[in-house]
Design a protein around this ligand. Structure first.
Ligand code: APR
Length: 232
């Protein structure tokens, strides 16, 4: 049966109240990427960076999945073939909406990582500067998110799924950050069908077989309904 691979971005969580990055008033209009989302920024001012992620962790903790997240979980449950969700998002709204096996290629807000021994644990709500690692006790805890200049997570597994995709969907992403922005050309070259669901045309829009424009909470459930009816 047909395998579906879905890439999501900040747009699918926008209607849950989590800010996107590049929309009007987005996170990157409030903070400089080099200050809060690079290893250099963290080394320069760990208090600023821990504060940035503590604030995002608090916002994410009170957010609820929207019909877009719920529809993708419904697709996973109702589709006879495999449905793999790869997300650039660091929130846990896909899982809260019932999705399983979600691959967080940019890490997770709820995760803490020890920069010294690579131990991972559930992040405290408020991560302090020089937060000690519970294993090696070095004062080197950081958010377990992927910063610019760092390697995204799960890339080998993601490549494997992209190679097997019969249908690829990109939902709520501006297509401005690699390697995620290159997924559509990778799967199209391998013969997959492609569809984009987004509030506005993105940097990738011309590369899809089909583009559906609108808010995720409306167009994602409609797309899932069409798929489950069609059983492509
Ligand atoms: N429904 C659907 N799409 C939406 C909605 C919505 N309600 N609101 C916004 N969008 C779309 C915007 O049109 C935009 O194309 O979501 C996209 C958000 O783009 P970005 O803010 O660039 O977010 P994203 O593509 O996820 O960024 C990728 O960049 O900064 C890094 O690590 C960060 O994971 C992030 C990566």
């Amino acid at each position: 049966m047909k395998k579906i691979v879905i890439l999501t971005g900040a747009g699918i969580s926008a209607e849950s109240g989590l800010g996107t990055f590049r929309d009007e008033g987005g996170l990157w209009s409030q903070h400089r990427i080099e200050d809060v989302a690079t290893p250099e920024g963290f080394a320069r001012d760990p208090k600023l960076v821990q504060g940035f992620y503590n604030a995002r962790r608090a916002t994410a903790a009170s957010a609820r999945p929207n019909p877009g997240h719920l529809a993708l979980a419904r697709l996973q449950a109702g589709w006879p073939g495999e449905v793999v969700i790869v997300t650039q998002n660091v929130d846990a709204l896909h899982e809260a909406g019932g999705a399983t096996g979600v691959l967080h290629m940019h890490g997770v807000l709820a995760g803490a990582l020890c920069a010294a021994c690579q131990h991972r644990w559930h992040a405290p709500d408020e991560m302090r500067v020089n937060e000690p690692c519970p294993v090696c006790h070095a004062p080197t805890a950081r958010p377990d998110v992927v910063w610019f200049g760092e390697m995204p997570y799960h890339m080998e597994e993601i490549d494997h799924h992209l190679g097997e995709a019969d249908l690829f969907a990109a939902i709520g992403t501006s297509g401005q950050v690699y390697p995620a922005a290159a997924f559509v050309s990778q799967v199209a070259a391998a013969g997959a069908s492609t569809v984009e669901l987004n509030l506005d045309p993105s940097a990738m829009t011309g590369q899809f077989d089909e583009t559906r424009i609108g808010p995720a909470s409306q167009i994602v459930p409609a797309w899932v309904d069409d798929l489950l009816r069609s059983r492509i």
